[in-house]
Write a protein that binds this ligand. Structure first.
Ligand code: HEM
Length: 141
């Protein structure tokens, strides 16, 4: 029962986290277009707020995930899918950190990449979401 409540909160905040992981790089796509320079000040505010919300989502997702690991008493570490999930979470945290570094560059008007690069950068969280959810729910191995 308790485990199920923790899992529900875990998934709710995972959605909050991903809302940011999907939309922050989208803002970077627009922010990387010189023709939008009249809106750069607004983009900076939107990016800062979205990053704050997605970081809260990430921390709460991780805390409630760790609570489930503790509740499970270590049995999850016997499963291959769980090890793989943890590896992909490490990549996701790396991506989150990359978003932070890029935000600081935009804030200093020091962005060096074009909008096409951000369009590709924007695809990574979709791939990670699909694979992590399949691992967590299907538990294929
Ligand atoms: C941030 C670190 C994370 C930790 C420590 C963690 C840990 C866990 C644990 C221990 C469970 C319960 C597993 C079970 O009982 O079978 C779980 C469930 C789940 N996690 Fe995570 N997780 C994390 C991040 C994520 C992310 C990023 C996603 C999505 C992309 C995700 C999606 C899910 C889903 C959908 C479930 C429910 C699976 C079910 O129906 O049983 N988790 N997580």
């Amino acid at each position: 029962m308790m485990y199920e409540w923790v899992k529900a909160i875990h998934v709710i905040f995972m959605v909050t986290w991903f809302a940011g992981l999907f939309y922050l790089p989208r803002l970077y796509v627009y922010h990387a277009m010189p023709e939008n320079s009249g809106s750069f000040a607004l983009f900076k505010i939107m990016e800062r707020r979205l990053f704050a919300i997605m970081t809260i989502g990430a921390v709460i997702t991780a805390v409630f995930g760790i609570i489930m690991i503790v509740q499970g008493g270590g049995v999850l570490f016997q499963s291959g899918w769980f090890h793989f999930k943890l590896l992909l979470i490490a990549l996701l945290i790396g991506y989150h950190h990359a978003c932070y570094r890029l935000m600081i560059k935009f804030r200093n008007d020091a962005n060096t990449r074009d909008h096409r690069w951000y369009r590709w950068f924007n695809e990574a969280p979709s791939v990670l979401l699909i694979v992590i959810v399949i691992l967590a729910i299907v538990k294929p191995f």
